[in-house]
Ligand binder design. Structure first.
Ligand SMILES: C[S@@+](CC[C@H](N)C(=O)[O-])C[C@H]1O[C@@H](n2cnc3c(N)ncnc32)[C@H](O)[C@@H]1O
Length: 281
């Protein structure tokens, strides 16, 4: 069986003609804060208002779940969803929609100016090269076949090595490095289209002090973590080196950011779990 570098296999598995996200919605397989209730949308509507912005662009908008909640939270907002599928049926009329190629590539006609631009768990789904340290301490490209078996391939490129030296330095045999370059290119592309905007990336992340030596590549299907097999049968994701994003301003935890926007983090009364389990969750 032939193997390919993770970057190509991952891109194909999620965004190729039969890719996972061509026919699967994130919400069918896992829950994010977007699906957990109206609190995130209310906080984002408040953030937009406090920045005097009347427009929200949601990159990686799934089936428009956050946009629907935003239209509820503030019907005056003009909303734009961007994802790899056609405009989902049933969206409010205030929601416009653009189809993206997927991964690091954004639609050519995406105009993200003068908006609150939200990328909620987009970047972790932007495929990136995976490298592994060999016994000689050198970084090589990890390849994978369609059954998920990995092989160590050729030398890493000069750009990949330079990125690893700066952001994820390691020479310990067996360590892995998930090279953030495609995420940074994607983010820089978004930033370049977003004059007068506030950009918000929400994602699983690590920084130079907390890089996981075994990497974070994993699959998700039907609500469970599964081995990352690049055959289109599961989501494939890896945490984001958020500190390496160009122009990344303030980095904070979602908890602190939401608390600053007035979302109460206190647990509901335990009795609610028996009378209204979903409300409690
Ligand atoms: C993990 S899901 C997150 C969905 C939603 N934002 C949420 O938090 O529930 C990632 C989404 O990003 C989308 N995506 C991937 N590459 C994209 C791109 N270049 N432009 C727009 N959406 C993209 C995927 O199709 C998928 O719907």
């Amino acid at each position: 069986m032939t193997s390919r570098p993770w970057l190509a296999a991952w891109q194909d598995a999620l965004y190729g003609a039969d890719g996972f996200y061509r026919s699967n919605a994130a919400a069918e397989h896992f829950r994010t804060s977007v699906h957990a209730g109206p609190l995130l949308a209310a906080a984002l509507a408040q953030l937009a208002a406090s920045c005097d912005l009347r427009r929200v662009v949601d990159v990686g908008s799934g089936r428009g779940e956050l946009l629907i909640a935003l239209a509820d939270a503030d019907p005056r907002l003009s909303l734009l969803g961007v994802d790899v599928v056609a405009r989902p049926p049933g969206l409010p009329s205030s929601v416009d929609w653009l189809v993206a190629p997927g991964g690091a590539d954004l639609p050519a006609d995406l105009d993200a100016r003068d908006a609150l631009v939200v990328a909620h768990e987009w970047l972790d789904d932007v495929p990136c090269p995976v490298l592994a340290v060999g016994d000689d301490g050198a970084l090589r490209v990890v390849e994978v076949d369609d059954d998920g078996f990995e092989h160590v391939g050729g030398d890493a490129s000069r750009d990949e090595l330079a990125w690893a030296a700066r952001w994820w330095p390691t020479t310990r045999p067996g360590d892995r490095v998930e090279v953030g370059l495609p995420r940074e290119r994607a983010w820089a592309d978004l930033l370049a289209r977003a004059d007068g905007s506030v950009l918000l990336a929400v994602d699983y992340s690590h920084d130079r002090l907390s890089r996981p030596s075994a990497g974070t590549l994993v699959g998700y299907r039907d609500g469970r973590a599964v081995p990352p097999v690049a055959d289109g049968s599961c989501d494939i994701t890896a945490h984001v080196a958020l500190d390496a994003l160009a122009g990344a301003g303030v980095r904070t935890s979602q908890r602190r950011a939401l608390q600053a926007l007035g979302v109460d983090a206190a647990r509901p009364a335990p009795a609610l779990a028996t009378t209204d389990p979903m409300g409690y969750l």
